[in-house]
Design a protein around this ligand. Structure first.
Ligand SMILES: [Zn+2]
Length: 154
């Protein structure tokens, strides 16, 4: 599948210390294994892959052409916390787990960083145990928590 990213998206990727190639890798892996969360209203896809201890996310849409489909990258982000088990699934969401073809929920999952485990907000699939962190949470809440942890250890 061809993957397209605008210059603006590429700039965001670079600003966040990520590589465009890694974002492409995330999408290829997600499409290959059908492991992704899909927003059932907009078709927006959320995929992730751990690359060098960092969980890299791609937010993209698949556009079906006459001959072939391509992925359009909307955004990319990452977090350094390691995702663990689902703690709870509290609220229905717009997300569907593509792998299970089952609804995903808003809930809480274990997140570990620098040897400390905390519970954090996530999109969770109780069926397969997969967990995703949405962009606004990864770039704000998780990034702030990671910064605090790093300060404590320094
Ligand atoms: Zn699932």
């Amino acid at each position: 599948m061809d993957i397209k990213a605008s210059d603006q998206v590429k700039e965001t990727v670079a600003k966040r210390g990520l590589k465009v190639d890694d974002v492409m890798d995330v999408i290829k892996t997600a499409e290959g294994g059908n492991k992704k969360a899909v927003d059932k209203n907009t078709g927006k896809i959320l995929a992730k892959k751990v690359i060098n201890n960092v969980t890299v996310y791609a937010d993209y849409n698949v556009e079906k052409g006459i001959l072939k489909s391509h992925a359009n990258v909307n955004s990319a982000y990452s977090h350094r916390m390691t995702l663990g088990k689902i703690v709870n699934a509290t609220e229905p969401s717009n997300w569907t787990c593509a792998h299970c073809n089952a609804p995903a929920f808003l809930g809480t999952a274990e997140m570990t960083y620098m040897g400390v485990s905390r519970n954090g907000p996530a999109v969770v699939c109780p069926k397969c145990g997969d967990v995703w962190v949405e962009e606004y949470l990864a770039t704000k809440t998780l990034a702030a928590a990671e910064g605090l942890f790093e300060k404590k250890k320094a």
